[in-house]
Design a protein around this ligand. Sequence first.
Ligand SMILES: *Cc1c(COP(=O)(O)O)cnc(C)c1O
Length: 393
Amino acid sequence: MKSTHANAPIYLDDAATTRIDPQVAAALSACFAARADYGNAASSHIAGRRAQAAIDTARQQLGLLLNARPQDLIWTSGATESDNLAIIGAARFRAHRGRHLVTMTTEHKAVLESFDALEKEGFEVSRLSPGADGVLALSALEAAIREETQLVSIMHVNNETGVVQDIAAIGALCRSRDVLFHTDAAQSAGKLPVDLAALPVDLLSLTAHKFRGPQGVGALYIADRPGCSVAPLLHGGGQERRLRPGTSALHQIVGMGVAAKLAHDRLAANLRHVTALHERLWNAVKRIPGVTRNGSADAHYAGILNISAAGVEGESLMLALEPLCVASGSACNTQSREPSFVLKALGCTDLEAQSAIRFSFGPETSLGDIDFAGEHYRSAVTKLRAIAPAAAA
Ligand SMILES: *Cc1c(COP(=O)(O)O)cnc(C)c1O
């Protein structure tokens, strides 16, 4: 077993944040160490130009990861900001054409609350429910799009369940109806192939720390197509084509560029690794009585496995699972004891949703970590059921 002392965490929470890659950390350190060489990227002197060159390199690295033109990518502070800018910005940009928007109920809060804010501005929002497997039916989307619809926002990979939406088909439908399509790709960028030259996606959000980059930096892709743009949320300087002004966060951006390059180089190998881990973990837990998988077994990203155990209370299970670092429901919901709204949208009862544990892992996760997790989960569920057998009834 990997961990001999109970305090050493076994980290299985990559969907919340990943551990920075040592090469990314080195690139950040190098930026700070060479601080005398770098100025403000907006300055035209030699130190400013050097900063600008480093940022250009990072933009190319990110462009390579997404197969996008570097000039179609703008830096933000993360996927939360990218989602806000894409959704609120595009809705306002196209408001003169119509004020109806479409999303789904299992989106990240950064998306859902952006739509809530737009409703207060007088936009009308349709929130579609997925099927019990978490997948949105294309027919439901087709029926929801109207003459006045301007924007559809459907995430690529769900952060709680790992369910993958068919963004190629959704994007094609949106194009055929002249509707902008935004996707929150925070959980897929750097992990699954995302080819923006081939995908009919107009706006795409991502964040560096979900693929081993630094926290606090992300990007928004804006397709270079007629009618596709955003009204800025911030006002100030001319950075990022005036769509996101503010002094460029040099070290963060350089770090995101290196993380993008590493993710691009290792994408296939990383995907094979997490696929093997997923199968191993699922095989270890699937025969425990009352254990069920949440979300589709087919349309999913292998780096996330979300399971419920009948009759077991999630918070007690989390404690019993230490030193495993896993999530119960959504990490964003840990302040409240409310059952996960994502799992409830898939038809889980409150009890089923409350017993859910999300395991999420990546290239750094070892087979030993996964074997420990499977065994430890089994014994924790058995122990809790023995303590409170009535709850299992
Ligand atoms: C993590 C995440 C976000 C938010 O990213 P931040 O870096 O916290 O801004 C948005 N959407 C999804 C799907 C995520 O997983």
